[in-house]
Design a protein around this ligand. Structure first.
Ligand code: SAT
Ligand code: MN
Length: 647
């Protein structure tokens, strides 16, 4: 029975049903009894496998089809009437064409099946940040995941009220046919359509589709921001709290940073990290002239491989109850789950993520296809399970940000940490981000690609306008957060990581926050921004060895803080080529100015010549100066070694 009198909701449900022709319609009220019954039904049908109730209470395993294991960026479209509004780095389709195409695919696809209507809220229901959605779907897996990842049920319909608006989400599994898979966004119609997939990021429509693609568009129009960022709080020994938000591409360690456990001597002093969010931040200007952020989600959709009690104790604990695992391996001896990196011992009897028997003989550590768990296997865990979840997790106002951090996987060039000179320069740094690709999306992994603000696959409109929105937001805030860039992934000549990462990232966080107060600690001004004086990063009790017999010393730290002007000069060319050839237009002048400064700062004068003071700064000059730069540098394939770690 319909749970609302809102005509727009009723019309949407009716038109969806008319199209997909389900046998019946079930409204998700969010009650424990209804969720329990759905789990039982899914276990009966084989869609979920019930795990050991004593060891993993209320936990389930789900396997997707082998053709459906990650986001499909090349089948994800922004459907704006004008192509240029989607911008040059989004896939675009005409909205009418997109509707016709997906209607054709979805027509009658739910015959003999049930259509579930999920009312959900991104953000705490009733908070000024909250936005509501209705997702219709024929997948119980989607219902149960949405019930963990968002706030679901009747209370959302009550909040939408009789006349309120919402984001329409239509999902139909159809035949899970990869050739007819489409994830369509209609930002101007507040609407999302997803067909022929049943994998997380493609079908949990509250997540990337709504909370990033549609929300980034809404944010631009309404004066706020939707970002691919974790949010964490640092509690100091005296009880003071500071918050940071950090953007990293998918599967680059956001969940690990968000739930970091500081090194022992920090804990002994009384430092604590609290997790507000691990993937998405919605950010608004507060009355006090600062930026305030909330995590619109209610759970974690984390990458399983590599997660263990040392790499991320808090994430692992979060998965111990009420969790749905997707595409991990099943340990049939005790009906628990396993994935590469969970433990050194391999399970004796195990079924891999495709449902086939697996044992250690099958495993070749150089061949991902022999893994028991898919490299992008996931856990969907309630945030409330997390031992370090922030007491501010459900705050309606969110938390004030002291710092924003950008980061990616870079084997060279980018130092461990540096700070922008000001907000606009910080926007430039974010716009110039690049990172090696991971298994979170289909396609090759380990390939260096530009990923501005980690939003390449998620900005719901023109990337140039998105940069402009960042610049405009900075102008609106009296006390904007300071902006930093970090790189946990720098490698030495032998391909070894030079920084331990994980809990030791606390040392970098501490420096970052020391740069944010009223009387910031000193730093070195370099060609690219402010770099720490090596002595100012605490490396005490750091027992990480880059190579056998070589302890981490001040010199090791100095090495990963170096800024090589020659490399940065090439980086500047690369950024210019990206601006000119990929984003093409609508790049704000402020960013061209920052690029010109970078070029000038990295200019290495030929011997006996005077260094040029400033490079030609204006956009047209920059364009003509670099007609065919993209050809210069093919995407670098980096050493496969160790690149899957998510520190
Ligand atoms: O698959 S998701 O898009 O939900 C996760 C990710 O890629 O960050
Ligand atoms: Mn993500």
């Amino acid at each position: 029975m319909a749970l609302t009198k809102n005509k727009k909701v009723l019309d949407f449900v009716e038109s969806s049903a008319n199209l997909a022709q389900p046998n019946n319609i079930v409204w998700i009220d969010g009650s424990a009894a209804q969720i329990k019954a759905l789990k039982e039904e899914a276990v009966k049908s084989g869609e979920l496998i019930k795990l050991n109730e004593n060891l993993l209470p209320d936990c389930y395993l789900h396997r997707t089809k082998v053709n459906d294991v990650a986001r499909v960026e090349d089948r994800t479209f922004i459907c704006t009437p004008k192509k240029e509004d989607a911008g040059p780095i989004n896939y675009w389709m005409d909205p009418r064409e997109a509707r016709e195409l997906t209607n054709e695919i979805a027509r009658g696809s739910m015959k003999g099946r049930t259509m579930y209507v999920i009312p959900y809220s991104m953000g705490v229901v009733g908070s000024p940040f909250a936005k509501y959605g209705i997702e219709v779907t024929d997948s119980i897996y989607v219902v149960l995941n949405m019930n963990i990842m968002t706030r679901v049920g009747k209370k959302v319909l009550d909040a939408i009220g009789k006349n309120g608006d919402f984001i329409k989400g239509f999902h139909a599994k159809c035949d899970v046919d990869a050739d007819k898979r489409y994830i369509m966004h209609f930002p101007e119609e507040n609407s999302i359509v997803s067909v022929n997939s049943a994998y997380g990021g493609n079908v949990l429509l509250g997540k990337k589709c709504f909370a990033l693609r549609i929300a980034s568009y809404l944010g631009k129009n309404e004066g706020w921001m939707a970002e691919h960022m974790l949010i964490l709080g640092v509690t100091y020994p005296d009880g003071e709290k500071k918050y940071v938000a950090a953007a990293f591409p998918s599967a680059c360690g956001k969940t690990n940073l968000a739930m970091l456990i500081p090194p022992k001597h920090y804990l002994e002093k009384g430092f604590k990290i609290e997790c507000v969010g691990d993937d998405i931040a919605w950010i608004r200007v507060g009355k006090d002239g600062r930026l305030w952020a909330v995590n619109p989600e209610n759970g974690f959709f984390g990458v399983a491989p590599g997660t263990n009690e040392h790499s991320n104790y808090n994430a692992l604990e979060s998965t111990k109850r009420g969790t749905i695992f997707t595409n991990v391996a099943l340990n049939t001896d005790n009906m628990t789950v396993w994935w590469e990196g969970l433990s050194k011992e391999l399970p004796e009897h195990c079924i891999d993520w495709t449902g086939k028997p697996w044992n250690s003989e099958k495993f070749d550590k150089h061949d991902k296809s022999t893994c028991a768990a898919h490299p992008n296997s996931r856990f969907t865990a309630p945030a409330e399970n997390c031992p370090c979840v922030s007491p501010d997790f459900n705050s309606k106002e969110g938390v004030p940000l002291s710092a924003i951090i950008f980061g990616g996987r870079r084997a060279s060039t980018t130092p461990l940490v540096y700070q922008s000179r000001d907000w606009n320069h910080g926007v430039f740094i974010g716009s110039a981000m690049s990172s090696e690709t991971t298994a979170a999306a289909t396609g090759a992994t380990g390939v260096l690609r530009h990923d501005p603000m980690a939003m390449k696959p998620f900005a719901g409109y023109h990337m140039g306008d998105y940069f402009k929105h960042w610049i405009d937001m900075g102008a609106k805030v009296k006390n904007p957060p300071k902006i930093f860039n970090v790189n946990w992934f720098r490698q030495d000549a032998d391909g070894n990581f030079m920084w331990p990462g994980f809990g030791d990232n606390m040392r970098v966080l501490e420096w970052i926050l020391k740069r944010c107060g009223d009387s910031p600690i000193d730093a070195e001004e370099t060609a690219i921004g402010y770099v720490p004086k090596a002595e100012d990063i605490d490396i005490s009790e750091l027992d990480y060895n880059i190579a056998e017999g070589k302890p981490f010393t001040l010199d090791s730290l100095k090495e990963i803080l170096t800024v090589d002007k020659e490399k940065w000069s090439k980086e500047a060319e690369e950024i210019e080529a990206y601006y000119n050839n990929s984003i093409k237009d609508r790049i704000p002048q402020e960013l061209w100015d920052c690029l010109a400064t970078l070029k000038a700062n990295c200019y290495v004068a030929p011997v006996a010549e005077k260094p040029a003071k400033k490079a030609a700064a204006k956009k047209p000059a920059a364009k003509t100066a670099d007609k065919k730069p993209a050809a210069k540098k093919a995407p670098a394939k980096t050493a496969a070694k160790k690149t899957t770690a998510k520190k």
